[in-house]
Design a protein. Structure first.
Length: 505
C-alpha cells in the first residue's frame, strides 16, 4: 500500500532454498570468462523453461560478481561453429568459456492453482545443470564437463532454524538452484569485487543497530549496498555512496515491531534534500521469514523524507551463506527504488514486484525504469499526490509497457475520493480514461454499491480490456459465470490475487 506523499510501504515474501550433500572441484581459469546459457532439449512448458533460464542467468550474474570474476554473459550466433565462437571470444579478451545447459521442471504443490507465475503458490522444482568450461588460451578445445541435478525437499533448513511450520515447507526453486551452483562453482578462485564510481552518486546515511555492529555483519551490509549500487549503475548510471554511519537503537525489535520502529525513525530529523537515510536492523525472529505461506513486513520507506528501513536477513543454512548479499541487496534495492519514485508491479521479472519470486531479478521493469529516470530529472513531481499520480499515468502511456494491474496507489483509500486527483488525470495520457473509471468503480466497490461499481469497471474495460485488476474486481461484483469469466481473465493476465480467490458474491 502507498499513501502519498508521506509513506510508501513495501510488503515482500521471498522464496528461498537449502542445503546440498556433496562438493565438486570444478575450477575456472583466472581472467575474463564468457558465459553461455542455453536450454537442454525439453518438451516442458516454454514459460517455465524461459523463467528458469532467467533465474539461472540472474544467479550466475550474482555469483561471478560476488567472486570478483571478470565476466560477460554472451550469445552464440546460430551459424558459428564451436571453434569459430571460441576464437572470436579469445580475440575479444576472454580467457575461458563456460557453457551452462539447464532443464527445469516446475510444478505446483497446490493442485487448485494452475499458474506457476503466481508468487505465493508453493512450487516444487527439479533442476538439471550441465557445465562445460573451455580454456580459450590452450590448444585443447574439448573442455571439461560435469553434470548435477537437485530437487525441492522438506529438510532444506538447518535444524537449529527449523520449527514445525518451516520443516514441512517445500524448498522453493531458487534455493534448489543456489545449492547446485554453490556446489558446482563454489570452488572458484575469489578476487576482489569490482566497484563502480559515478559523479552522480546518491549520498546515503547508514543507520544500523548494535546487533549488526560486528565486523562480519558490517561487511555484509556494505556488500548489500554495493550490490544495489551495481544494479543502479548498470541501469541508470548512478550509484549509492555511504557518506555517514550512525547507530540505530533497536530495543529487541521483531518483524511485528517493524512499523513502530519505522515510526520512531520518521521522527528523527531527516537529511538535506538528495540524501537518503538507510536504516537496517537484525530482527529477533528472523527465522519466521522462511515459514510457508507467511507474509511479513521486511521493508518500509518514506518517499517524502527519503528514509527506508529494512530487516537484514540470514540464510537458512550454511550451504547457501554465500548468497546472503544477493538476498539483502535485492531487498535494499527494492526499497531504494521506492525512494526513487518506483512503485509495485505484478511483473515477476521486476525488482519492484511486491511479492519477490524465485526468479530473483535485480532489474527494474520498463515502466519503473521510466519513472526513476523521470523523477531523477525532476523531483518536483514527487511533491504532491496529484502531480505524482499524473506522472504515473504519463509513464504508463509513454513506456509502452503493459501493466498487469494498476499501481495500488490509484486504489488507495487516501486517493479514491480526491476529486482534484481525478481532475488532474483527465488529460494526462491515453490511459487516463481507464484509470479514472477504474478508481471510481473501486470507490463504489468499497461502498458495496456493486451495480455502480460494475458500471464504471465496464467503462474502464471499454478503454482497455486487458487490465487484469479491473477484471479481478469485476469478478467480485458479478456472480455465476460472469464472476468466473472475469476471474479467469485476471488469472490469465497474471493478477496474483485472482489465482487464490474463489470468492462468490
Amino acid at each position: 500500500m502507498i499513501t502519498m506523499p508521506r509513506l510508501c510501504v513495501t510488503l515482500l515474501w521471498v522464496f528461498f532454498a537449502g542445503p546440498f550433500a556433496f562438493s565438486i572441484d570444478f575450477s575456472i581459469p583466472p581472467g575474463k570468462t564468457a558465459i553461455l546459457i542455453e536450454p537442454m532439449m525439453s518438451n516442458r512448458s516454454a514459460d517455465d523453461l524461459l523463467d528458469g533460464l532467467e533465474c539461472l542467468r540472474n544467479h550466475i550474474d550474482y555469483l561471478f560478481w560476488e567472486y570478483g570474476r571478470d565476466f560477460a554473459i554472451v550469445v552464440k550466433d546460430s551459424n558459428d561453429t564451436h571453434d569459430l565462437f571460441c576464437d572470436r571470444l579469445y580475440n575479444q579478451g576472454f580467457a575461458s568459456l563456460l557453457v551452462i545447459s539447464a532443464d527445469f521442471t516446475i510444478t505446483e504443490k497446490d493442485p487448485t492453482c494452475k499458474s506457476a507465475k503466481i508468487p505465493d503458490i508453493p512450487l516444487y522444482a527439479k533442476i538439471k545443470l550441465k557445465m562445460t568450461v573451455y580454456n580459450l588460451a590452450g590448444n585443447d578445445r574439448r573442455g571439461k564437463t560435469l553434470s548435477a541435478s537437485a530437487h525441492s525437499r522438506h529438510d532444506w533448513l538447518d535444524a537449529s532454524k527449523a520449527n514445525d511450520s518451516i520443516a514441512t515447507a517445500w524448498e522453493p526453486p531458487d534455493f534448489v538452484l543456489k545449492r547446485l551452483l554453490t556446489n558446482m562453482l563454489g570452488g572458484m578462485e575469489r578476487f576482489d569485487r569490482k566497484g563502480f564510481y559515478s559523479k552522480n552518486s546518491v549520498p546515503v546515511v547508514l543507520l544500523f543497530d548494535q546487533e549488526l555492529g560486528d565486523s562480519a555483519a558490517y561487511e555484509d551490509i556494505l556488500a548489500a549496498v554495493a550490490y544495489a549500487s551495481r544494479s543502479l549503475y548498470r541501469q541508470f548510471g548512478f550509484t549509492l555512496e555511504v557518506t555517514d554511519e550512525q547507530s540505530l537503537s533497536v530495543p529487541g525489535a521483531s518483524f511485528a515491531a517493524m512499523s513502530q520502529l519505522f515510526s520512531s525513525l520518521q521522527k528523527r530529523p531527516y537529511e538535506k534534500d538528495g540524501v537518503m537515510t538507510v536504516a537496517l536492523y537484525n530482527p529477533l525472529d528472523g527465522n519466521r521469514f522462511y515459514e510457508a505461506g507467511r507474509v511479513i513486513h521486511i521493508g518500509l520507506s518514506d518517499i517524502k523524507k527519503q528514509m527506508l528501513l529494512v530487516a537484514v536477513l540470514d540464510m537458512p543454512n550454511q550451504e547457501t551463506r554465500n548468497w546472503k548479499t544477493m538476498l539483502n541487496g535485492q531487498l535494499l534495492l527494492h526499497e531504494v527504488g521506492h525512494l526513487l519514485g518506483a512503485i509495485h508491479v505484478s511483473d515477476i521479472h521486476s525488482i519492484m514486484n511486491f511479492n519477490t519470486t524465485w526468479i530473483s531479478s535485480d532489474t527494474f521493469d520498463p515502466f519503473n525504469a521510466g519513472l526513476v529516470a523521470a523523477f531523477r530529472r525532476d523531483r518536483s513531481r514527487l511533491e504532491s499526490v496529484s502531480s505524482y499520480l499524473r506522472a504515473l499515468a504519463d509513464a504508463m502511456s509513454q513506456s509502452g509497457y503493459k501493466l498487469v494491474d494498476f499501481p495500488p496507489v490509484f486504489f488507495s483509500f487516501v486517493n479514491i475520493n480526491r476529486h482534484d486527483v481525478l481532475d488532474g488525470l483527465a488529460d494526462a495520457s491515453d490511459v487516463s480514461g481507464t484509470i479514472i473509471n477504474a478508481v471510481i468503480g473501486y470507490s463504489w466497490y468499497v461502498a458495496r454499491d456493486y451495480p455502480k461499481a460494475r458500471e464504471f469497471f465496464y467503462r474502464s474495460l471499454a478503454c482497455d480490456s486487458e487490465q487484469a485488476a479491473v477484471h479481478y474486481y469485476l469478478s467480485q461484483v458479478t456472480t455465476d459465470y460472469l464472476a468466473e469469466y472475469h476471474r479467469k481473465q485476471a488469472v490469465s493476465r497474471g493478477f496474483y490475487l485472482a489465482g487464490r480467490d474463489n470468492h462468490d458474491n
